[in-house]
Write a protein of this length. Structure first.
Length: 445
């Protein structure tokens, strides 16, 4: 009975889980272009949304630093109750109260408030650049995932073509074997290649399925969402588009990349941080003012008259002169200087990283374009050679090894064209990301 109860419990839990999943709203995102993928990712990506929250937090910090120049106003009250134990029958309880309004306003802080406000302004700008950097990152991820799907789709088409050729070869070879034109060993070789091509087709289809899933996960779609990709036609003009001058690309990247702007802002913020730290050596002045009054029972005077007599204003200036602070200001200044140096070095790293990326992508794009031209030429000859050998094989002028060799050469040439095509596209589009240019693949045709 215990086993039956456990099985029943498991079935109930499973049923509830299935119903819960079924209740999740399923959405359809079908036949999406690269532009649709990018637009969705930029507005829904969690990392981007987190950076936007951080930007709002930086804005709140700036607003607070603006209000630091305003007076700090507070109200206060003291309520007291006392029992006076006196000789004789005149023991009594006394209730007293004091009310006041106090104001404190900084007059001079050695520039600390001013530099802190400027620093928070820069931090807000820096947080905006962090948002832009996060968007650039998701653009790159979506672009790479999308183009991988397009590459897989082209590979599937090539595998289907080669499989169809192999299937036709296998059928012809069986017929030739039946009439004694080829040996059983030759037929087995063709059959083995046919099975291998069928397996390659299965693998390429599986890769396409996996990479569509990967793109879906990069977009952070729900598990219940239906998702498919648009497969645009990409012409040679898009693949072989002339590239701008290398230095022009580098300069555009240095002007537009958020990482560069953020590094520059961090240097400015660090320099202001040194000013803030140095204000610890400068005297500060603040204004104090207040208004207070009090009353107590048992005085023989009514409350109104007591307030009239006790109510009065106070005002004064406070001067604070730093003499010895256990080296805290000196330490803060030294750390601020080190922070400036660190941020300058970070800017150099960002510069070198962008320079490296631009040069690498530029050379990769040029190489891929050159390789694409020669790969297409090679494919033309491979197709011609295969057609000739296939025709000769059908009349017994070529053997099985010759036919299968040409088939493998044709498949390799097809794959080289696909690889060069998408290597050129990804390099060109990543250069566009660096230059903050529009990212489109096959959508202008």
């Amino acid at each position: 009975m215990k086993i039956i109860d456990r099985v029943a419990f498991i079935l109930v839990v499973a049923t509830v889980a299935i119903q819960a999943v079924a209740q999740v709203e399923s959405k359809s995102y079908t036949d999406w272009t690269l532009t649709q993928c990018l637009d969705y990712a930029l507005s829904h990506n969690i990392n981007v949304l987190q950076k936007q929250v951080a930007e709002k937090s930086a804005y709140e910090g700036l607003e607070q630093s603006k209000q630091a120049f305003a007076p700090n106003i507070s109200a206060s009250t003291n309520q007291n109750y006392a029992y006076q134990n006196m000789l004789g029958p005149n023991n009594q309880s006394v209730y007293s109260a004091t009310y006041g309004i106090n104001l404190n306003m900084p007059v001079f802080s050695g520039g600390k408030l001013i530099y802190t406000k400027k620093q928070n302004e820069i931090m807000l700008e820096s947080s905006k650049e962090d948002v832009n950097a996060s968007k650039k990152q998701i653009q790159t991820s979506v672009l790479q995932a999308y183009l991988q799907v397009l590459f897989d789709n082209e590979t599937v088409k090539t595998s289907e073509k080669i499989y169809e050729l192999s299937n036709a070869e296998y059928e012809r070879s069986k017929a030739m074997y039946e009439v004694g034109k080829i040996t059983k060993s030759a037929l087995a070789q063709v059959a083995s290649q046919w099975a291998s091509n069928k397996y390659n087709l299965t693998i390429s289809r599986n890769n396409l399925r996996i990479d569509i899933l990967n793109l879906k996960q990069v977009l952070e779609l729900e598990i219940t969402d239906d998702f498919s990709v648009n497969f645009p036609e990409i012409d040679d003009a898009e693949i072989l588009t002339p590239l701008p001058d290398l230095l022009e690309i580098y300069n555009a990247a240095m002007e537009s990349m958020p990482s560069v702007k953020a590094a520059q802002l961090n240097i400015e913020s660090a320099e202001l941080g040194k000013r803030v730290a140095q204000s610890g050596w400068i005297p500060s002045i603040s204004l104090n003012a207040g208004l207070s009054g009090s009353y107590a029972t048992g005085q023989g005077i009514n409350i109104g008259e007591q307030f009239k007599q006790t109510l009065g204003p106070t005002a004064g200036l406070s001067l604070s002169i730093p003499i010895y602070d256990q080296r805290s200001t000196q330490t803060a200044v030294n750390r601020a200087k080190l922070n400036i140096e660190s941020n300058k070095l970070n800017y150099e790293l960002v510069d070198k990283e962008i320079s490296k990326n631009v040069e690498t992508l530029y050379v990769e794009a040029l190489n891929a374009q050159d390789n694409y031209i020669t790969a297409k030429e090679k494919l033309g000859y491979a197709q011609e050679s295969y057609d000739l050998v296939s025709a000769q094989y059908n009349v017994g002028m070529k053997n099985t090894v010759d036919l299968l060799t040409e088939e493998k050469n044709l498949f390799a040439a097809e794959q080289e064209v696909i690889q060069c095509r998408y290597k050129a596209i990804i390099s060109i589009q990543l250069l566009n990301v660096l230059q903050d240019k529009e990212i489109k693949v096959g959508e202008n045709n």
